[in-house]
Design a protein around this ligand. Structure first.
Ligand code: CP
Length: 307
């Protein structure tokens, strides 16, 4: 069977076999720096060129891919849509064909359209690593989230994971549901009715939905908060204050969860909307661990795709 990661790249978590996920997570552990250290410098991708093409804003994903590529010895070029000929009307396919004509070995791509990397992978001869496509998937985010959970728990199986917030627009939620379900976690999705479409219960077997934050938090081992994606909504039904009142994570909520619960958020965080500063900066928060693991996981993914 062809190696999907080497031929197509990493397009999503849904089609990625559990064994490939385990392999990436284990390799990422090797790349994690020890206390006071930085990431290992290797030559695994020496002579390879990676183009990072971001059609949407990013801080964590773009910078961590760049660091990962450089730490593996690759040559990297980063392009933002605003500064490219996309702003002059060039189509996505023409932009990608133009870049591929310069013979890079892989493209890392973020795009606002769900399915854009899957569509392009059918036309290109080099692998694509999906850095987030619309509301569809953000596969490296789910991998780094799993790595972060496994830094605090021995296994994903049987963990109660509450994913709370703007589920409707969240590619992070979708990728995490696919990954966590493959490993037997117990998943509950929670948010206001307008941001929690009932069909999301079909994403994976056993996924539960709730509009009630207190119910979702009861006994949770992992709380994953999500940003309200105002850029993907034509109107926001709730003000920041109202949203925070019903779905903002505050210290009193932590009491409802498991005593050693961890609080996650893919970032960027909006303090006072989806979580309070007390929680974001508390001992329970692993938000900066997630950022740190982003580099290690992306090193593991790039090495697996291109090494
Ligand atoms: N988590 C995440 O994708 O963050 P950025 O948008 O900053 O890359």
């Amino acid at each position: 069977m062809p190696d999907q990661l080497k031929t197509q790249g990493l397009l999503d978590i849904e089609s990625l076999p559990r064994e490939a996920i385990e392999e990436i997570l284990e390799r990422a552990r090797f790349f994690q720096p020890g206390p006071g250290e930085t990431y290992k410098r290797l030559e695994a991708l020496k002579g390879k060129t990676v183009v990072n093409l971001f059609f949407e804003a990013s801080t964590r994903t773009r910078v961590s891919f760049e660091i990962a590529e450089r730490r593996l010895g690759a040559d990297t070029i980063s392009i933002a849509a605003q500064g490219s000929s996309v702003s002059k009307g060039e189509s996505l396919v023409d932009t990608l064909n133009t870049l591929v004509a310069m013979r890079p070995h892989a493209v890392v791509m973020r795009h606002a359209a769900s399915g854009a990397p899957q569509f392009l992978s059918r036309h290109l001869t080099i692998p694509i690593v999906n850095a987030g496509d619309g509301t569809h998937e953000h596969p490296t985010q789910a991998l780094l989230d799993a790595r972060t959970i496994l830094d605090h728990r021995p296994s994903l199986a049987g963990l109660r994971v509450a994913i709370i917030g703007d589920i409707a627009h969240s590619r992070v939620a979708r990728s995490n549901v696919h990954l966590l379900a493959k490993f037997g976690a117990d998943i509950i999705l929670c948010g206001p009715p307008a941001l929690l479409p009932p069909e999301l219960a079909q994403l994976a077997p056993g996924v539960k939905l709730s509009w009630n934050m207190r119910d979702a938090l009861a006994g949770a081992d992992v709380i994953m908060m999500l940003r309200v994606q105002l850029e993907r909504q034509y109107e926001s039904a709730m003000s920041a204050g109202e949203y925070f009142r019903f779905y903002g994570l505050r210290p009193e909520h932590i009491e409802l969860a498991s005593p050693d619960v961890i609080v996650m958020h893919p970032g960027p965080i909006n303090r006072g909307r989806e979580l309070s500063s007390e929680v974001a900066d508390s001992q329970r928060s692993v938000i900066l661990n997630q950022v740190e693991n982003g580099v290690a996981v992306r090193m593991a993914v790039l090495e697996r795709v291109l090494g």
